[in-house]
Design a protein around this ligand. Structure first.
Ligand SMILES: [Zn+2]
Length: 460
């Protein structure tokens, strides 16, 4: 491929539409380009490269077919590009790439004396930044300095790219599959944490290493979902399209199908996601964008329990249900993109219980059958949505046994996981997922086992 660079953006002075396609092919007037894209052209020319890819100019914005086709090609565009230019400091396309560091962080010439000679040295104050996508936005030097890091679409662009040059507010930062570097000396911190063996926390390096070791990919995917699902998405239906490129990249290494953000080869562990309530809400996305068994169906971020994320535990999950059928229908031509419908049919042990309401706040949901003063510690009900706003106390919930893990400790304990389902309002006889139930209480496991029956369950 010819040397090229890509530049991302969201709002734009000029875009390519069905109407402007012909005109844009002939000429794009310099002044009509947003500042960030003018800067990208300057950078590309100075680097001696010939081609520049800009999503909003290279994809016909009002043509759903072209958009679906090109967003499906995103993995190749970013992986094959020579360099990705990131206007990391800009909240939109008018912000540009270039900036001047604040005076307190500019490099200064200092004179030092060594024996009898004078030395001229340059020094600058280190910036208190981090580069983690999952970084806490409330940090004093956090996401307001890196608006790009809060945008969901840019997440896969960064991970897929061979190398990214970040134009941040106070410095340039370099991020590739082997190294993170920046002007302020952050790499020294980098070196320190690598000695503590937490360097793989750096997303691109961690991702590149996982691709070399397919056994690590299922957990790498969980990390991706955890980070990605916490980011801002301007268009709700883009949840799956925004990860489509990464899904395609990983599909080359993972057996089986990609099912609405889950992998068939790791389906039962992938199904055990839990919702993390955040400021943006705690509910099912409307209009429909994914089946309820997919983390993409909710508006809040998703993660997996600590027991599951713990490396050894994930591989020790004993699956107790079986897959009868899994169907996902794409809305366009991209099979890892937007969906029009999907369902999962599982066979396993099912028991029925009753929902009682929240105990304290919105987290501690209780099931009706227990002494409420004694329920904590016996089981945990992680709901996907605010159950008490949608459900009346006394409503039936159906719990489908999915698997168990052994928790090693002073005493080896078994932790069992169940999908919590309610009867579907859309299809008679089918179910919808509303949460996840886990318990390590032996008498409870025995009781639920005795009450359950084997059932074939279709989950919408
Ligand atoms: Zn730095």
């Amino acid at each position: 491929m010819s040397p090229s660079a890509t530049a991302g953006g969201n709002s734009c002075a000029i875009t390519t539409t069905l109407e402007t396609l012909g005109k844009n092919k002939e000429l794009i007037v310099w002044e009509s380009l947003a500042k960030t894209f003018q800067d990208a052209v300057v950078i590309v020319r100075r680097l001696g490269l010939r081609y520049l890819w800009i999503d909003s100019l290279c994809i016909i914005q009002d043509d759903p077919a072209d958009w679906s086709k090109e967003s499906g090609e995103m993995a190749n565009v970013y992986q094959d590009a020579y360099l990705t230019i990131a206007a990391t400091k800009s909240p939109n396309d008018d912000g540009g790439c270039f900036s001047t560091a604040s005076s307190s962080h500019l490099s200064r010439q200092l004179t030092a004396s060594e024996r009898n000679s004078l030395l001229q040295v340059y020094a600058r104050r280190r910036l208190p930044h981090s580069v983690y996508w999952s970084e806490n936005p409330s940090s004093s030097y956090g996401s307001d300095r890196f608006p790009l890091f809060t945008r969901a679409w840019c997440y896969q662009e960064s991970l897929l790219s061979a190398r990214v040059l970040h134009f941040a507010a106070d410095e340039l930062m370099w991020d590739c599959r082997e190294k993170f570097d920046c002007e302020c000396g952050y790499p020294e911190f980098n070196k320190a944490i690598s000695e503590l063996d937490i360097l793989p926390m750096l997303p691109k390096i961690s991702h590149a290493r996982a691709l070399e070791d397919p056994l690590r990919l299922p957990q790498r995917w969980w990390k991706i979902v955890e980070e990605y699902s916490a980011l801002d998405l301007s268009c709700a239906k883009d949840k799956l399209p925004g990860l489509s490129g990464l899904a395609k990249q990983m599909q080359r290494f993972l057996n089986g199908r990609y099912l609405a953000g889950l992998w068939e080869s790791n389906l039962f562990a992938d199904l055990l996601w839990i919702a993390v309530p955040n400021r943006r809400g705690y509910e099912r996305c409307l209009p429909w964008r994914a089946p309820t068994w997919s983390w993409a169906s909710i508006t809040s971020p998703a993660t997996w329990t600590w027991e599951l994320r713990h490396n050894a535990s994930m591989h020790q999950l004993t699956v107790l249900a079986s897959l009868v059928e899994a169907k996902c229908y794409p809305a366009g031509s991209d099979i890892t993109g937007e969906l029009s419908s999907g369902h999962l049919t599982l066979s396993g042990r099912l028991f029925t219980t009753q929902f009682s309401g929240p105990k304290r706040g919105s987290f501690n949901y209780i099931l009706d059958e227990f002494d409420h003063s004694d329920y904590l510690g016996k089981y945990k009900l992680f709901s996907d949505i605010l159950l008490h706003e949608n459900q009346q106390p006394g409503l039936e919930l159906h719990c489908l046994e999915i698997g168990r893990i052994q928790k090693a400790g002073k005493i080896v304990r078994e932790n069992k996981y169940y999908l919590v389902l309610e009867k579907s309002k859309i299809e008679r006889g089918a179910y919808e997922r509303v949460g996840l139930l886990s318990t390590c209480d032996e008498p409870l496991i025995a009781e639920w086992q005795a009450r359950s029956r084997v059932a074939v369950v279709k989950i919408m």
